[in-house]
Design a protein around this ligand. Structure first.
Ligand SMILES: [Zn+2]
Length: 404
């Protein structure tokens, strides 16, 4: 696994500055080819590229007669100057499983590897694109997304029509993914592994206040209608909305003030507020608190002089629980080894959440050192990387026994 991961680290557009393998660009292609070079010596394995360019490395029997396979994998695209483990770890674990289960150079007929395209969504502002196609959820809008050069997804995928009318090339019985946590919940705890209970749901809102632009010097403090003040007050109080909750976060990541000059009282202020939570009940609760906060701050701050503060929903992505049976099989593997684990929700999106629409899917995390990710310094302890392969191998065994 380490050898493969180090090899992948060298496949980058930015040598010396982390890994840069953007979706459908040269280095992502090269990384897919590199994996196949590693595995092609196992007889009875076949490489299949689907309509989205996702790579499946599966037993010939499964490719020909549609017999069910347990798929292990992740993605090999990265952010710009990202780390060496994001995505690559799950693919390396998949390779390890295939290699360790091949007997006398022949593939296990029930196991396959999948590498999804364009998980990060950096180039086309898509995200989880390859796995979305595999889930049968690709839309014309997804295919029409363009990069900064004007190239569309449609221009780069092997078969755009095949993406919208997708037929999976293999009969997936289950999908297992492992990933670095990219957070700090494991590294400071006794747990060696995070059993992912689900992928958080995301709701984004636009908070807008309309005041009246006016001269910052001559408009006295009692007469001005400053649009930014209530927005700033709401943003400052957002953290308190989630402080008593587990696996919930709230973020204001974007703010604009109009006209936006030091000597003009803001006439309009707009901010985005994003909440993430492990289930609908958590999200509903935070959303209620946010609405209450917006209505309480409005009169308190502006003395009724602020024209209006409104909250509008922009995006809503439902939380995706992982498959309970598969997760329980993983827990059996951990208990057998006496390894401490923690059940937690993934606060970031992963291919697992899309694949779950196609077949039972589940995932686990290993700790990220200092919780750093999407950064060249991203790393995990060597023993944790190796543990990921061992656990994946034992977990895949149990899943094959359960599914066949
Ligand atoms: Zn990833």
């Amino acid at each position: 696994m380490l050898d493969l991961l180090r090899g992948l680290r060298g496949i980058t557009a930015t040598p010396g500055r982390g890994c840069t393998r953007l979706a459908y660009a040269h280095f992502e292609d090269q990384a897919h080819d590199y994996l196949w070079e590693r595995l092609r010596s196992i007889s009875d394995l076949r490489r299949i590229e689907d309509a989205a360019g996702n790579t499946f490395i599966v037993p010939t029997s499964a490719a020909e007669d549609g017999s069910p396979v347990v798929l292990v994998g992740s993605h090999l695209d990265t952010v710009i100057e990202g780390g060496w483990l994001d995505g690559a770890l799950g693919v390396a674990a998949g390779m390890y499983v295939l290699e360790s289960k091949s007997r006398a150079g022949r593939a296990d007929p029930h196991l396959g590897l999948v590498i999804f395209r364009d998980e990060e969504g950096v180039r086309f502002s898509t995200g989880l694109f390859g796995s979305k196609v595999f889930a049968g959820e690709c839309t014309a809008t997804d295919l029409d997304m363009r990069d900064s050069d004007g190239t569309s997804v449609r221009d780069v995928v092997p078969d755009p029509d095949g993406c919208s009318r997708y037929r999976p090339p293999v009969n997936a019985a289950a999908f297992l993914e492992c990933h670095i946590e990219q957070g700090q919940r494991l590294i400071g705890s006794d747990a060696r592994v995070g059993v992912v209970s689900g992928i958080v749901g995301i709701r984004r809102f636009e908070l807008e206040a309309k005041g009246m632009a006016n001269h910052a010097g001559t408009t006295d403090m009692r007469r001005r209608v400053d649009a930014l003040v209530p927005v700033a007050e709401i943003v400052a109080r957002c953290p308190s909305l989630v402080e008593d909750l587990d696996d919930a976060v709230i973020t204001c990541g974007w703010l604009q003030v109009d006209p936006g000059a030091p000597n003009i009282v803001p006439g309009r202020a707009v901010a985005t507020i994003e909440i993430r939570g492990k289930d609908d009940a958590t999200l509903d609760g935070i959303e209620r608190r946010l609405h209450d906060l917006v209505s309480s701050v409005q009169p308190a701050v502006s003395g009724g002089r602020c024209a209006e503060v409104g909250l509008k929903s922009l995006v809503s992505v439902a939380p995706n629980p992982t498959d309970a049976t598969l997760s329980d099989l993983l827990v059996e593997v951990l208990d057998d080894r006496g390894l401490a684990y923690k059940r937690l929700a993934s606060m970031a999106g992963h291919d697992t959440q899309q694949v779950a629409r196609r077949c039972p899917s589940a995932m686990f995390f290993i700790p990220s050192i200092a919780g750093v990710s999407h950064n060249p310094d991203e790393d995990s302890h060597e023993e944790d990387i190796l543990l990921a392969g061992e656990l994946m191998s034992a977990w895949a065994d149990r899943c094959v026994a359960e599914c066949s």
